[in-house]
Design a protein. Structure first.
Length: 150
């Protein structure tokens, strides 16, 4: 309440343009992501082998995305770890085969293929640099497989 009042007074006094206080006219799109690593060659080879991504010598890559890109704000209990992480979920047609590729190329499985009835089929892995990423099972049309609800 006080913050809104201070903002309104500042705008009225011409200290802050009113447009700067308004909510965005459209949702802000995700325009970039990066994956932390200490060994570019190793990470590039890992992502090429596991997801077919071509990583350039400078570390740049472009990947296809769903549009609109679904997401969520995950709520965890206080003290739960890791709370400050972002997880990208990548669509693959065969989660078990992808997890085998993860292990064969220096990554590890956080949890294997899990069916969430009425929602999605997913898994979580860690790349050689320790970044956690998810897999979502997709159908031939590129859309996530939604298993029947119980």
């Amino acid at each position: 309440m006080v913050k809104r009042l201070v903002s309104a007074v500042a705008a009225a006094a011409g200290l802050v343009p009113a447009a700067a206080l308004a909510a965005p006219a459209a949702p802000a799109p995700i325009v970039f992501f990066d994956i932390a690593a200490t060994d570019l060659t190793r990470e590039a080879a890992f992502y090429k082998a596991v997801l077919g991504w071509d990583v350039g010598a400078d570390g740049r890559l472009t990947v296809p995305v769903a549009s609109p890109l679904p997401g969520s704000v995950r709520i965890e209990a206080a003290g739960a770890a890791p709370i400050a992480e972002r997880v990208l979920y990548v669509g693959v047609p065969d989660i078990p085969a992808s997890l085998e590729a993860v292990k064969a190329h220096g990554g590890s499985v956080v949890f294997g293929r899990m069916v969430v009835p009425g929602v999605v089929i997913l898994a979580l892995f860690q790349d050689p640099a320790g970044n956690r990423m998810g897999l979502v099972e997709i159908a031939a049309d590129g859309k996530p497989v939604v298993p029947p609800s119980r």
